[in-house]
Design a protein around this ligand. Structure first.
Ligand code: GUN
Ligand code: ZN
Length: 429
């Protein structure tokens, strides 16, 4: 058993933040041997129950759940910060040519540790990641994550049309590769597989149908794709699938809307799309730094709340400009203020944080497993230094409430705040 004494942040079932200024976190092996949270709460209430347990005292620091990135592209680690005239030119000019390099396992093997280190340095302990269309890219990423004991969900991109040579795959082979990768990786240690149609315009009907069949055959496997990100993309999807009610409905038609299906962006939706998200249990990966960088638009937080479908936060690197969850949360706040309909809304800091932790876990169907520090959760957690920079230290010293403390970190925090990370109870790195 390991015990840590510091301020402690976690989330109640209703999404509200629970904060103990002087907290105690106890971690011990769960039934499967993996380290889990045994107890979490105030030092005063809990400490007498654990006499003789050695406690690491970390005054002035905050223990918090590891962040979850709901949507990130492993082979775009070096594409970050490539400006273009919107999504489709960005894909053609930078993304596809770079992803072609991941055909080579040796190259993918050199980038996988860089990508995972970058996630961890920024406090991201679980990600749902796109690989490239090459199975070797999945093998490289999964193998590197397995060595680190990470919980990671990833999949080979499916794109059998409207894709240049080097990334374009072949329908039958792509589906056979996907099934082989599911069998090789899904459920191995903490790894999960996601069936990954890149987006409807890059997939033939046969490929989408095959993806849907695999999704039905393997119901606990995840699905990930993109939808309703950019107006040119939406126009194109409508031309290619004229019978579908909307772009989102294309995925429904192929059996790709269900729980454990995560769709990035979901910006240009109507209420019927929102109701489809709600009724199927699919979730949106809101990617505000990407949406601002590529000029895609603003996720409609008001609409998501009004209809009530699952959503959480994502970096979408390399369309996104930062691996850092504080940057993503701040961008989400700004997107909420701007809104699609006026007046905008002010997302509460605890809600922003929840969207990147316990809320993201809920979107993945992993609530109670990751993204929180309640008893039974896997012990992926962070030590935060709220005085990591001089300005942050000043701001935090004046914080009069939990909201003010969390907002100070969101507005001024970066990777310097992440002092340490534990993966299943083991210090990372
Ligand atoms: N749509 C299809 N592929 C991509 C991608 O790689 N990034 C983003 N942001 N949107 C996409
Ligand atoms: Zn993306």
């Amino acid at each position: 058993m390991k015990a840590f004494r510091a301020a402690l942040l976690r989330f109640a079932d209703d999404g509200s933040a629970v904060y103990d200024e002087d907290g105690l976190l106890l971690v011990s092996p769960g039934p499967d041997g993996r380290a889990c949270v045994r107890a979490a709460g105030s030092w005063q209430a809990l400490a007498p129950n654990y006499p003789g347990v050695a406690v690491e005292h970390l005054p002035g620091k905050i223990l918090a759940p590891g962040f979850i990135d709901l949507h990130v592209h492993f082979p775009q680690t070096d594409v970050i910060g490539s400006p273009a005239e919107g999504l489709l030119p960005w894909l053609e000019q930078y993304t596809f040519p770079h992803e072609a390099r991941f055909a080579e396992r040796a190259y993918a093997d050199t980038i996988a540790p860089v990508f995972l280190d970058e996630l961890l340095r920024n406090g991201v302990t679980t990600a749902q990641a796109f690989c490239s269309s090459h199975p070797a890219s999945v093998d490289a990423l999964m193998a590197a994550a397995q060595v680190r004991g990470l919980r990671l969900i990833a999949g080979k991109v499916l794109q059998d049309r409207h894709s240049p040579e080097g990334v374009c795959d072949q329908t039958e082979q792509s589906l056979a590769d996907t099934e082989a990768l599911i069998r090789r990786w899904h459920g191995q240690d903490r790894l999960g597989y996601a069936i990954t149609p890149r987006f409807a315009p890059s997939c033939s009907e046969a490929q989408l149908r095959g993806a849907g069949e695999l999704a039905a055959k393997y119901p606990d496997v995840w699905i990930q794709s993109h939808v309703a990100e950019n107006r040119d993309e939406i126009r194109w999807a409508r031309e290619l699938f004229p019978d579908a009610r909307s772009y989102l409905a294309v995925y429904e038609g192929f059996g790709l809307m269900r729980e454990r299906a995560i769709y990035a962006h979901c910006i240009h939706f109507d209420d019927e799309d929102r109701r489809l998200m709600r009724s199927t249990g699919a979730a949106a990966a809101v990617s505000p730094t990407s949406n601002l960088f590529l000029g895609s638009g603003f996720f409609d937080y008001e609409g998501a709340r009004r209809i009530g479908f699952r959503h959480g936060l994502a970096s979408d690197v390399g369309g996104g400009t930062s691996f850092n969850p504080f940057h993503t949360m701040l961008a989400a706040y700004c997107v909420g203020r701007e809104g699609q309909t006026k007046p905008g809304i002010s997302l509460a800091p605890a809600n922003l944080w929840w969207q990147h932790t316990a809320g993201a876990a809920q979107a993945l169907g992993l609530d109670g497993v990751i993204g929180n520090l309640q008893p039974g959760c896997e012990a992926d957690f962070l030590l935060l230094d709220p005085r990591a920079t001089p300005l942050l230290a000043r701001k935090v010293a004046n914080a009069g409430s939990l909201d003010e403390l969390l907002f100070s970190l969101i507005a001024l925090g970066d990777d310097r705040v992440i002092e340490r990370a534990w993966i299943a109870g083991v210090p990372a790195g």
